[in-house]
Design a protein around this ligand. Structure first.
Ligand code: ATP
Length: 322
């Protein structure tokens, strides 16, 4: 079946690159002669009938902007059968043949509910800074968020060096340590504390002392939010070290900003692939990237995969950040 009209929404936490993906979906759909309706505020707007027609020029000048033009929301009603029925009714009222959902794991579960329970063809585009989905090597927004963390850590290093301090920096990622891992390696942090690996404060102190004996004047410890706050960690550390400890929470700055080249490229490829699948009448899939190739996978299979931590990268960090 060729689809004539598709819907598009962003859901869950926002991520840089969502706008670039919206653009790619809209332009690809128009290329294939389909109509696109943007749905504002995620599943909440779907239930409240907030549909806007998106034309070629509606998505001009957004490729470089962070956030999401369609805005996003969390919607508790989507967990209920009644809520899902309201969503389906709205899609039917607008004659929507297929739906593209840009979001994280939770948003995909919402799409899965529409697919499994009501037969709505859906395609998921992974848009979350957390990089917490196993089926894809990278999610949209992760690269930009890590770049923002690097920038902050570089600045912290300058001041920590001058005062010979230890900086504990908190990054996002929910239950996933990937932002801490990638930002840690690429900014030269000595230590990362992630939910996937239990930490030992004696070992942390030993590493700090060893680095000082080796001539370092400061230390950076990146703590993933899934473990504890930077403030809490800094407090614990200050009790067992004579070096002065400071804490910084990068916070929501990680979510904003112009997307990096890597995220814009992913957005273009994910958006394009999502519409090509729907065009061929294929639904119930998620798109991703694996070993540098754009892939698609069954949505049910994708959300049931458990995210694995990259221990090899962790070991690399331990070897080179001395
Ligand atoms: P991020 O990882 O960036 O936070 P996310 O998509 O995982 O993004 P969630 O808050 O988990 O964010 O989910 C977004 C929305 O998806 C929820 O508010 C809800 O409307 C819908 N949703 C989540 N899980 C389910 C589920 N099991 N069934 C139906 N809908 C769901």
């Amino acid at each position: 079946m060729t689809m004539k009209r598709i819907g598009l929404l962003t859901s869950g936490g926002d991520a840089p690159g969502m706008n670039a993906a919206i653009r790619a979906v809209v332009r690809t759909a128009i290329y294939y002669g389909m109509e696109v309706y943007g749905i504002e505020r995620g599943y909440a707007g779907l239930m409240d009938d907030e549909f806007v027609r998106l034309e070629m020029r509606s998505v001009s000048d957004i490729v470089h902007r962070g956030g999401t033009k369609l805005r996003t929301a969390r919607c508790m009603e989507m967990f209920t059968k009644e809520g899902q029925q309201r969503a389906v009714d709205a899609l039917e009222r607008h004659g929507i043949d297929g739906l593209v959902v840009i979001g994280g794991d939770g948003s995909f579960r919402g799409a899965k509910a529409l697919t499994e329970g009501y037969g709505i063809p859906t395609i998921g585009i992974p848009g979350t800074i957390d990089n917490d989905l196993e089926y894809t090597d990278y999610t949209l927004g992760f690269d930009t968020a890590v770049n923002t963390c690097i920038e902050v850590i570089n600045k912290l290093r300058d001041t920590m060096n001058s005062h010979e301090r230890i900086s504990v920096v908190e990054v996002m990622g929910r239950h996933c340590g990937d932002i801490a891992l990638y930002a840690g390696i690429t900014s030269g942090a000595e230590i990362i504390i992630v939910p996937e690996i239990p930490y030992d404060m004696d070992d942390v102190v030993m590493r700090i002392n060893r680095s000082r004996e080796n001539g370092k004047h400061s230390n950076i410890i990146v703590v993933a939010e899934g473990v504890m706050s930077a403030e809490q960690f800094a407090k614990q550390l200050q009790e067992v070290t004579t070096y002065s400890v400071r804490s910084t929470n990068i916070g929501h700055i990680q979510r904003g900003g112009s997307p990096s080249m890597a995220d814009r490229m992913l957005a273009a490829q994910f958006g394009n692939k999502a519409v090509r699948l729907l065009k061929d009448g294929i639904g119930n899939r998620v798109v991703g990237i694996h070993k540098n190739e754009i892939i698609d996978m069954d949505i049910i299979e994708a959300v049931s995969m458990k995210k694995k931590f990259n221990y090899e990268l962790y070991e690399t960090l331990q070897m080179i950040s001395m």
